[in-house]
Design a protein around this ligand. Sequence first.
Ligand code: NAD
Length: 513
Amino acid sequence: MSAVCAPTTRRLLRLALAGPPAAMQRHHSLDVSAPLLRTQGYVDGRWVSAASAFPVLDPATGQEIARVADCGPAEAKRAVDAAYEAFHSWKRFTAKERSVLLRKWFDLMTLHKEDLAKLITFECGKPMSESLGEVAYSASFLEWFSEEARRVYGDIVPSPARDRRILLLKQPVGVSSIITPWNFPSAMITRKVGAALAAGCTVVVKPAEDTPLSALALAELADQAGIPAGVFNVVPCSREKTPSVGEVLCTDPLVAKISFTGSTATGKVLLKLAADTVKKASMELGGHAPFIVFDSADVDKAVGGAMASKFRNSGQTCVCSNRFLVQSGIHDRFVEKLGRAMDAELRLGHGSEPDTTQGPLINARAAEKVVHQISDAVSRGATVLKGGRRRDGSFMEPTLLTDVTTDMLCTREETFGPLLPVIRFDSEDEALAIANASNVGLAGYLYSQDTSQIWRVAEALEVGMVGVNEALLSAAEGAFGGVKQSGLGREGSKCGIEEYLEVKYMCLGGLQV
Ligand code: NAD
C-alpha cells in the first residue's frame, strides 16, 4: 500500500458534517524543533536571506505561521551557479558514495518524521495521519534512489566491425531545476531530487509559495546528512516573484533540465521557456481520473476505494478520482453505501486535531472552484445527496452528487476538492468512451471481478497509471506519470533515474583483436 495515504478514511472517524470546523474555534500553534523550522533560502550550503520576506499561512485558520525569505532572480542565479560548480565534483563521486549520503538523508527524515509531518499539516492543511504518510512516502524516494544509484548500467553492444567496440555510457544530465506544487510539499521534491542526486545531477528547487517550509526542512536535513554544498539548493519565493525566478530556472544556459509538477497550464508556460535552450523536461501535470465501478465489482471494496481516492487531502491530489462512472446494476447500492461511509468517516477540522480527516482546501479560490462546479451541476439537473456547501474560510463540505451528466463542468475539468460526482452508465463501451473523453490522462481506476474485463478496460484506458480494485497506487517502486496533457516522463521505479541520465555512445576503433 502507498505510504502517502494510509487509509485514514477507513481507519478513523465518525462524526457528521454539521457544525463549524473545529479549526475555526481553537488555537493551533506550530511546535517544531528549531533547526527544522528554517525561513531563509539555502544556496551553496549556506542559509541566505533576501531583501524582503513573504508570509506562510495556515490554510485552516488564515494565521501566519512563518515569514520566509522572498528570493528573486538574483538568488536563483546564484543557486544555479552554485549547482553548476558543484556538479563538476558531485558527478565524480562514486555511485556508492552518493548512495550512502542519500541513505543518511533518508534516515534523518525518518528520525524527524513527527516534526516534518507537523510542517506539512500547518502549511498545507492535511490531517497529521496523512502528513506522516507523506513523510514516509517522501523518504521512501531517498531510500529507493540510494539503492538505484548503484544500478545505473550502460551497455556493450556487438559491433558490426571487427576492429571496433560499441559502448553506451550513462552520464548525469547536469544542473536540474525542480519546481513543485503545494499539495505534497515534501514528496514532490524527493521524488525528483532522489533520482537527480543518485544520477549525479545537482538541483535548484523552487517550492510552491504556499509551502516552502517543508522544502527548507529538507535542506536542513540534507546539510546534516553531509550532502555537499551546492548539490541541493532551495530558493523559496512569493507568488509575485515566481515568474522571474521561474524564468531564470527555465532559461539559464547552465541549467540542463527542468522537472515540474503542477498544473497543465503552468507546465506549458515552463516548457515554452525551456524550449529556447532546448532543455530536457519532465512534466507531472494535472489529471481527471475516471473511477469505474462495473456490475461485477465487490461493492464494499469499491466504496472503500472511492473514499480513499476521493477524500485524501480533501480531494487535492493529482491522482484523485474526479469522475465516478457506475454501472446501472450496482449504481443504487454503491451510492447508498458510499453516502453512509461519508457520514460515518469524514470529519472536517484542523489537521492537527486527532480525529480530523478533512482539512481545508489550500485557499478560498480553491473552495470557490468547487462551489462553482456544484452549482453548475445542479443547474443542469444533478442531485446533491451529501454536503454541497462551503464553510468558514476554505473549508468545503465533502459532497456527493448523483444524476451527473457529461455536459457538467465537474466532468470536464479537474476539481481538486472533495466533490464526488456519480455518472450512471450501461455498457463497458459507454464507460470507456466517457473515461477517455479527456485531453489529460494521469490515473484511472476500475472495480470489476471479471478478469477478461479487467484486461480489456485496463488496456483501453488512456492513462499512465491504472488501479485495478485498488485506489492507492503511489509507491517508490511504481512508475508515476501520465499520457496526453498529463505530462512527460516517469518518476519513481527503475524509470525515474533515467530522466536524469544521458546516453553517450562511445565507439572504440582501430582495435587489433
Ligand atoms: P501550479 O501549476 O499553480 O503551481 C505549481 C508550481 O509552479 C508552484 O511552485 C508555483 O509557484 C510554480 N509556478 C507557477 N507559475 C510559474 C512560473 N511562471 N514560473 C515558475 N514557476 C511557476 O499548480 P498547483 O496549484 O500548485 O498544484 C496543483 C496542480 O498540480 C494540479 O493540477 C495537480 O493535478 C497537479 N499535480 C500533479 C502531480 C503529478 O504528479 N502529475 C502531482 C501533484 C500535483
